[in-house]
Design a protein around this ligand. Structure first.
Ligand code: FMN
Length: 129
């Protein structure tokens, strides 16, 4: 298992860290070079997500054929832009998709190995991975 994550406020990073420790691998961060902090960042993030925009992510390229666990926050019901680009580049068939959110489940679920929604204020790494 390879572990990749994108985070704004640290929840997805924490889950990625738990899974990485369990699998004894490094959790790799996907960055996009943007500042999404604050209320201005929040509004911008909602807008780009709603428009289904992609942003080239900055991350260490995956190697080999091991499945990729991808942990990220749901933004406005969908993928953050750098996560959208990562999924396009890597291919859904290689990804176990692990969205974190306050309440929403991911709607765009087809083609992934599996989707495991982590919903609500108390979330933990899924036991089955
Ligand atoms: C821009 C933005 C949009 C969000 N949209 C949703 C949403 O549509 N549904 C939901 O349940 N939570 C939404 N959230 C909450 C996050 O998905 C949730 O807090 C997530 O676990 C944060 O992960 P992170 O700490 O790794 O960034 C949104 C958060 C942000 C910043």
């Amino acid at each position: 298992m390879q572990i990749y994550y994108f985070t704004r406020s640290g929840r997805s990073k924490k889950i990625a860290g738990e899974l990485a420790a369990r699998h004894q691998v490094q959790a790799e961060e996907i960055k996009d070079g943007k500042d999404w902090q604050g209320i201005g960042g929040y509004i911008k993030a909602c807008l780009v997500a709603v428009k289904k925009q992609s942003l080239p992510g900055i991350y260490k390229k995956p190697v080999g054929e091991a499945p990729i666990a991808l942990i990220f926050p749901i933004w406005a019901g969908t993928f953050p832009p750098a996560v959208r680009a990562f999924i396009k580049e890597v291919g859904r068939e290689k990804i176990v998709c692990i969205p974190t959110s306050g309440g929403s489940k991911l709607k765009d679920r087809d083609g992934f190995i599996k989707v495991v929604d982590l919903v609500g204020s108390e979330i933990a790494a899924p036991a089955e991975l």
